[in-house]
Design a protein around this ligand. Structure first.
Ligand code: GLN
Length: 482
């Protein structure tokens, strides 16, 4: 069976009608993973996944009514290792969490299980989500399926590469400053960062909690919308989840409007295009012109505070990280040693050994930015910049329905090329962090190939305006079908 080409929706239909054997589908995925050299996964869930697959087949044969309504029945899904999964090791790609098996599921995982999805395993990522290349993982880098000498992007690199290589059909990632969109762009798949507050973060291991969201990754926009619909389930356990009124129901899948993008007003912020590589620039303009042909109109515009976004983001993200990561003390989770004479020695020894270099750098810088005397100069100032950026997005998105821009300033770079110079990696996030500061939704879709490497187009909407960017993305995707 050639499963690589099947979408999640086709799989669900095939399983329900009996045309697809779930067990064969899942074993096919594991065969591919076992042959693969990409290093997409840290932990596999093979036995349990195959058991579930057999259960799906049996219940289908018995024509179990309840099963027939499940939205993701039998769909193989990969989960980023920053999301807690009951009874499956969850490491956040760190040595400090090696061997940690959560006693509970994140809310999004409960939702996936309720809808019949099958968890294939936990995917590789940058340690504690800190990075844009999946090279800071304690478990080694993931390779880009389009060119193995290149990075898959990050931090959700394992999830993106798994989909691109047919080692999963759907995946979850988490995005603090681009971690879903960057690897989606580098691996040629679809990734969506939801509005802050749409998807429960309960069970997501925190890096910078005021910025991050769990989001869907898929080979096509409709599958991503279907997955978003499932994971945006309400949750009382996350107080930052926004309670939406009924007229804003999150059934994204069914809301595609047939008129496509006719009359859609697109803003193209100049600052997001200046400075990107020529091949990315021309790919993105081609895409924007395609929207025009489809009936949308566009206008170039300017967002003057964007140039401060990267600095503000890194101050806020590192400050939050320095506080969030204090809980890893070698006593409660993962890596453990015999107690030293005093607690301070044990704490330092475990953290010294358990955290990688990038994580330590960020804890130190974040602690500095929050310390007496510097708090006002750095952290507080960054928060003020954040407010200005948020307002700038609000204003722009009143004038335009969506914004269109490149996801990444360049195509996937070589492994090892940037990791020695952290600042050059931080700069790669210039087009993705502003949306996290503003809390607005943003989707990355493939729009071109350059020398065999994918280029991503980013579409940004107003808060809780997922529907509009999904519609525009579907219209674009439909128009590129042969
Ligand atoms: N590259 C950014 C960082 O390192 C974003 C990562 C993310 O979204 N988790 O902070």
């Amino acid at each position: 069976m050639k499963m690589k080409r099947l979408t999640a929706m086709e799989i669900v239909d095939g399983i329900k009608s009996g045309a697809i054997s779930c067990e064969e589908l899942i074993s096919g995925i594991y065969e591919r993973i076992e042959r693969s050299e990409l290093n997409c996964y840290i932990t596999l869930n093979k036995e349990e996944a195959l058991r579930k697959a057999r259960e799906v087949d049996n219940n289908r044969d018995k024509d179990e009514e309840e099963y027939m309504h499940k939205k993701l029945l039998g769909v193989p899904i990969a989960i980023k290792d920053s999301i807690s999964t009951k009874n499956i090791q969850t490491t956040c790609a760190s040595k400090i969490l090696e061997g940690y098996i959560p006693p509970y599921d994140a809310t999004v995982i409960e939702a996936l299980k309720r809808e019949g999805a099958i968890i294939i395993g936990k995917t590789n990522m940058d340690e504690f989500c800190m990075g844009s290349s999946t090279e800071t993982s304690y478990y080694g880098p993931t390779l880009n399926p389009h060119d193995r000498s290149r990075v898959p992007g990050g931090s959700s690199g394992g999830s993106a590469a798994a989909i691109a290589a047919g080692e999963a059909v759907l995946a979850l990632g988490s995005d603090t400053g681009g971690s879903i969109r960057c690897p989606a762009s580098f691996c040629g798949i679809v990734g969506l960062k939801p509005t802050y507050g749409l998807v429960s973060r309960y069970g997501l291991i925190a890096y910078a909690n005021s910025l991050e969201q769990i989001g869907p990754m898929a080979s096509n926009v409709r599958d991503a919308a279907l997955l978003l619909e499932v994971i945006s389930a309400k949750d009382e356990r996350d107080s930052t989840q926004v309670k939406l009124s009924n007229n804003r129901a999150t059934n994204y899948q069914y809301r595609y409007v047939e008129e496509g993008v006719k009359g859609l007003r697109i803003g193209v912020p100049r600052e997001f295009i200046e400075g990107v590589s020529p091949e990315v620039e021309s790919a993105v303009w081609n895409a924007i012109h395609r929207f025009e042909e489809l009936g949308a109109s566009y206008e170039e515009m300017s967002m003057k505070y964007l140039k401060y976004a990267l600095a503000a983001y890194y101050i806020i993200a590192m400050s939050e990280a320095s506080s969030n990561l204090a809980r890893f003390d070698g006593l409660r989770y993962g890596l453990r040693h015999a107690q030293d004479a005093d607690w301070h020695t044990t704490f330092s020894r475990i953290r010294g050994e358990g955290f990688g270099e990038e994580v330590k750098r960020r804890i130190i810088l974040g602690t500095y930015a929050l310390s007496v005397g510097y708090y006002g100069r750095y952290y507080l100032k960054a928060l003020k910049v954040r407010t200005l950026i948020r307002r700038e997005f609000d204003t722009a998105l009143k004038r335009y329905d969506i914004l269109a821009l490149p996801t990444m300033p360049f195509v996937a770079f070589k492994l090892g090329e940037r990791i020695k110079d952290p600042l050059s990696l931080y700069l790669a996030d210039v087009n993705t962090v502003p949306m996290n500061l503003a809390g607005v939704p943003s989707i990355s879709i493939p729009c071109a190939f350059y020398n065999g490497l994918p280029v991503g187009l980013q579409l940004v909407g107003e808060q809780f305006g997922e529907e509009k960017i999904i519609n525009a993305a579907i219209a674009y995707e439909e128009s590129s079908k042969p």
